[in-house]
Design a protein around this ligand. Structure first.
Ligand code: NAD
Length: 241
């Protein structure tokens, strides 16, 4: 049963690597403009698991140092800016739940952003649990600004680790009237399961993606195209432009 629409429905938007692709940040499987991606040059098991960090910490730290440096040269695109406009102008709550570890939603103007897979621009001290903002390198094992231990790692959720803020995300979904998924392949759980949870809760569901994803069948509607176009059009439509 579809949840009754109120005057100012709350919207939860799940974003994935696809929303940042037009900013020049590689998605998980393919590089920007069809080129090979960093992820492909490195197998996931070699750079994005706790086991990889134990086995070859220098490789992992260098990989994330490179990505941290790279994202600081990228700019938000029209899709990030459209979501920020939606947050500003929509009379209900707009929550962006992102799987992305870049900061393009924030730099695009969004404030209500939940980073379920952590952030490139944070480090995490595994000794004292501090999470300082970090724009430089970690490869040289700099001391933690809080406790001095040289045990900083990227504050990103690796495969096999538990995503952040799942309670907050569940609460946002429980209050939502519309769930929108943008630029995510529907392959990485638990995010890939949010659409099913939304359906169980009776929330309307919409997918915006370049191509149909593994989860497309679960959505009430799928609109295909580059995020800079389809997200902007959807936001314009919602705001009555
Ligand atoms: P994914 O790479 O598995 O899938 C990317 C999706 O984006 C695909 O469905 C593809 O069709 C779509 N896409 C590609 N270009 C698009 C465009 N221009 N407009 C709209 N859609 C487009 O990404 P995922 O589902 O987010 O899962 C990958 C995992 O890797 C996540 O856990 C994420 O944390 C991580 N990751 C993050 C970043 C980032 O922070 N920018 C980049 C790569 C990977």
């Amino acid at each position: 049963m579809m949840r009754a629409m109120t005057l100012h429905p709350a919207i939860v938007i799940l974003t994935g690597a696809g929303i940042s692709a037009e900013s020049g940040i590689d998605t998980f499987r393919s590089g920007a403009n069809g080129g090979p991606s960093l992820w492909e040059q490195h197998r996931v098991e070699d750079v994005a698991t706790p086991e990889a960090f134990v086995r070859d910490p220098d490789l992992v730290l260098r990989f994330y140092d490179m990505r941290r440096a790279a994202i600081q040269t990228k700019e938000p695109n029209a899709a990030h800016r459209a979501l920020a406009r939606l947050e500003r102008e929509w009379p209900g709550t707009v929550t962006v739940v992102t799987q992305n570890v870049d900061d393009l939603h924030e730099r695009g103007g969004s404030h209500n952003v939940i980073h379920m897979h952590g952030e490139h621009l944070n480090a995490w001290c595994t000794t004292c649990d501090a999470r300082p903002r970090w724009t430089g390198l970690l490869i040289d094992r700099p001391p933690c600004p809080a406790c001095g231990a040289r045990t900083l790692r990227p504050d990103v959720v690796w495969f096999g680790e538990i995503p952040y803020h799942l309670d907050r995300i569940q609460r946002a979904l429980a209050d939502a009237h519309l769930f929108v998924s943008i630029g995510t392949s529907g392959a990485v759980y638990p995010a890939a399961g949010f659409v099913r949870l939304a359906r169980e809760l009776g929330i309307a569901t919409l997918e915006l993606n370049l191509e149909r994803s593994q989860g497309s069948a679960w959505f009430d509607e799928t609109r295909l195209g580059p995020a800079s176009e389809v997200v902007t059009q959807w936001v314009d439509q919602l705001l009555g432009r």
